[in-house]
Ligand binder design. Structure first.
Ligand SMILES: [Zn+2]
Length: 403
């Protein structure tokens, strides 16, 4: 895989306030949005906000004396990884995918225990630092153990840090709705978490105006259990003494189940959606639920992929995530885009770039300051060093790694 970080320069980390003063940044191209890319253009910023974008075609001088000229490449929004688990980074390349999902989960729990806290912290710090090198400034970090909260804060990353919960007790942590980095809750999945707990967590995050995230419709085991079939998962829960006789499961899909629980709305981020029927996509569209896909992780763990074309048809605007380094070989969104291009030849590359930027920002509820370089948004951006003279070739290169 051709990694491109050496060609990426981060201009202003997105998690901090910038000093005031007007600055003008020029490049061969400025990508305001994936479908609005301007040649020989300048981005004006002041007091930490974008105040304007203009190209030479407007008649204005793009080579002013105080202009910072970055080169022939592209100034574009930082990418969004809307679903990752930094705390599993130390497990990179140590798990086997060939024996199925249940065996992978078992290995994950054993190896996480065996590796120990110090190695997990070290791995998470290194992976978090590499996000900047991959052009990622905004994240939806899912944490079960809790220690990545301070790591994310210390690196000036922006987005949402989610405390994930399983079983039957809500974590007692401070939730805050901050400007650039918020702290919220994530349910693990419909088949692993008590429905009353999912409802309580959703209510809490809704009251605070925070997004709520959950893995949804990922595994066959989950679908079987929610459909009410006596399967391995039901037996497992009984063996753990978990009482599920009052759970409102049976004759429904995981998406329909969460809809019945009242958990789906415009601030819920549903992750994966591998096992869906057409009605599920209609429910997600009707409730305006946000969607995040992790196709590389899905292929490794489940040997199948979500139906992106159908989702786009239903106007679901999926975001991209990577899941963790325990199920994917990088946390890079350029890598994820390249995988999508290879496996979904019919999806328009402009759509793929939208998935990596504005769709991700909407998925995390931060589109008011992130996801595009439109006037009024935060002046965090990246410069990708490439030398290409035509707009569609730029989009092609950015989404296929050929730079
Ligand atoms: Zn995940």
């Amino acid at each position: 895989m051709n990694r491109i970080p050496s060609k990426i320069k981060f201009i202003n980390p997105p998690g901090v306030n910038f000093p005031g003063g007007k600055t003008v940044h020029r490049a061969g191209w400025v990508m305001i949005t994936p479908d609005k890319v301007i040649e020989n253009a300048c981005l004006e910023v002041e007091n930490g906000l974008i105040t304007g974008v203009y190209g030479a075609s407007s008649g204005r001088n793009t080579h002013g004396q105080d202009t910072i000229d970055h080169g022939p490449g592209v100034i574009m929004p930082p990418l969004v990884n809307a679903h990752l688990h930094l705390e599993l980074s130390a497990l990179k390349n140590s798990l086997c995918f060939d024996k199925g999902f249940a065996a992978w989960v078992q290995q994950l729990l054993e190896k996480r225990e065996a590796v120990g806290q110090a190695a997990l912290v070290k791995g998470a710090k290194k992976a978090a630092q590499e996000l900047f090198e991959d052009g990622i400034g905004y994240i939806g970090e899912i944490s079960t153990l809790g220690f990545t909260r301070t790591i994310v804060q210390s690196l000036d990353l922006s987005g949402i840090w989610f405390q994930e919960f399983l079983g039957s007790a809500l974590p007692d942590i401070g939730l805050e709705n901050k400007n650039f980095l918020s702290f919220s809750l994530a349910g693990h999945a419909p088949h692993t978490t008590d429905p009353l707990l999912l409802q309580a967590a959703k209510k809490k995050t809704r009251t605070l105006g925070l997004p709520f995230s959950i893995h949804l419709a990922e595994s066959d085991v989950e679908s079987e259990f929610i459909a009410g079939k006596e399967g391995e998962w039901g037996k497992f829960l009984i063996s753990r003494g978990i009482e599920t006789s009052l759970w409102p499961i049976g004759s429904k899909t995981p998406v329909q189940y969460l809809d019945d629980l009242g958990v789906l709305d415009s601030s819920t981020l549903a992750v994966h959606l591998l096992n869906t029927v057409p009605l599920d996509l209609d429910i997600l569209a009707r409730t305006n639920t946000k969607v995040c896909l992790c196709p590389r992780s899905n292929m490794n763990l489940h040997k199948k992929l979500p139906d992106i074309s159908k989702m786009l048809e239903k106007k679901l605007a999926p975001a991209l995530g990577t899941d963790s380094l325990a199920s994917c070989d990088s946390l890079g969104i350029f890598d994820e885009m390249a995988f999508v291009r290879r496996n979904y030849p019919n999806v328009n590359p402009v759509q793929v770039l939208s998935m990596a930027t504005i769709n991700g920002a909407k998925a995390l509820g931060i589109e008011h300051f992130a996801g595009t370089l439109e006037k009024g948004k935060k002046s965090a951006f990246i410069y990708v060093d490439l030398n290409i003279g035509n707009k569609s070739n730029i989009i092609e290169s950015l989404t296929t790694h050929e730079i």
